[in-house]
Design a protein around this ligand. Structure first.
Ligand SMILES: NC(=O)c1ccc[n+]([C@@H]2O[C@H](COP(=O)([O-])OP(=O)(O)OC[C@H]3O[C@@H](n4cnc5c(N)ncnc54)[C@H](O)[C@@H]3O)[C@@H](O)[C@H]2O)c1
Length: 252
């Protein structure tokens, strides 16, 4: 097991950042790490007000007005917006023939439409600063069949398509757009959905998949490390990238 990641502060000095779904899990790790790197961070989450405290606003990313308001709040607090992290997401646990329209709409609405809202409302704000970065959150489900997770899989495939399109459309505005494609990261949500994940991955137990493909659970702070890399000025020529974080799981 690797030791904790050493932070060299300042890679995001004074960058104004909005992180959706930053109250828990990977989004919280990204928000914490960005603050440690010198960024001003506003979290936009349906769970805001509980864990995330004063740095968070309540926002349902599936509601366009909520996302527009969160972007406006970040601009008002920080004087602008440099970086948008579209991380909010949730899973599904039903085969396609058993999936009703309501669950389909909820999963697509948060994961895919929420990312679209984030791009649509953040890009003009980032453009007003002369450029910056957008980072989306896909999943290993975006590029493969995971039985029982069809809506989630379709949503994440859509996030990858949006990432490519936005990277090209926004290049002229100086905005680069990348996506992280995590394997299994040990958040409470992932542990809670382990049975569904195991079925989707075709194993009896998630531990079998970890043993064979990933070695171990990934950690949220390991995703946050890559998130810093993909939004910092040093990678200004990197756009349209789908960056897997899975210890070689998708390569094997
Ligand atoms: N943990 C993993 O193994 C894993 C793997 C691949 C991809 N991902 C993706 O990473 C992201 C974060 O996952 P996590 O494991 O940290 O999950 P999590 O459940 O711990 O955190 C998700 C956060 O999003 C928030 N959220 C949910 N619906 C929202 C909405 N409508 N509007 C705003 N916020 C909302 C939740 O309140 C929570 O704070 C998700 O997009 C997920 O699909 C996670």
């Amino acid at each position: 097991m690797p030791t904790d990641i050493a932070v060299t502060p300042g890679r995001l000095d004074r960058k104004a950042v909005l992180v959706t779904g930053g109250a828990h899990g990977i989004g919280a790790a990204i928000a914490d790490r960005f603050v440690a790197e010198g960024a001003d961070v506003l979290v936009a989450d349906v769970a805001a007000g509980q864990e995330a405290g004063g740095r968070a606003v309540r926002c349902d990313v599936s509601v366009p007005e909520d996302v527009a308001a969160a972007v406006a709040e970040a601009e008002a607090r920080f004087g602008g917006l440099d970086i948008m992290v579209n991380n909010a997401g949730l899973g599904s646990a039903r085969d396609l023939v058993d999936l009703d329209d309501e669950e389909w709409a909820r999963v697509i609405g948060v994961n895919l439409t929420g990312t679209f809202h984030g791009i649509r409302h953040a890009a003009p704000a980032i453009g007003r600063r002369g450029g910056g970065a957008i980072l989306n959150m896909s999943s290993l489900a975006g590029g493969r069949a995971l039985p029982g997770m069809g809506a989630y899989s379709a949503a994440k495939a859509g996030v990858e398509a949006l990432t490519r399109t936005a990277a090209v459309e926004l290049r002229g505005a100086g905005i680069r757009v990348n996506a992280i494609v995590p394997g299994l990261i040990g958040t409470a949500a992932a542990h809670g959905g382990a049975a569904v994940l195991a079925r989707g991955l075709g194993v009896d137990d998630v531990g079998d998949y970890l043993d064979r493909r990933q070695g171990r659970w990934g950690r949220p702070d390991e995703v946050a490390e890559v998130a810093v890399h993909l939004v910092e000025d040093a990678t200004a020529f990197t756009s349209g990238l789908l960056y897997a974080i899975d210890n070689g799981g998708s390569a094997s």
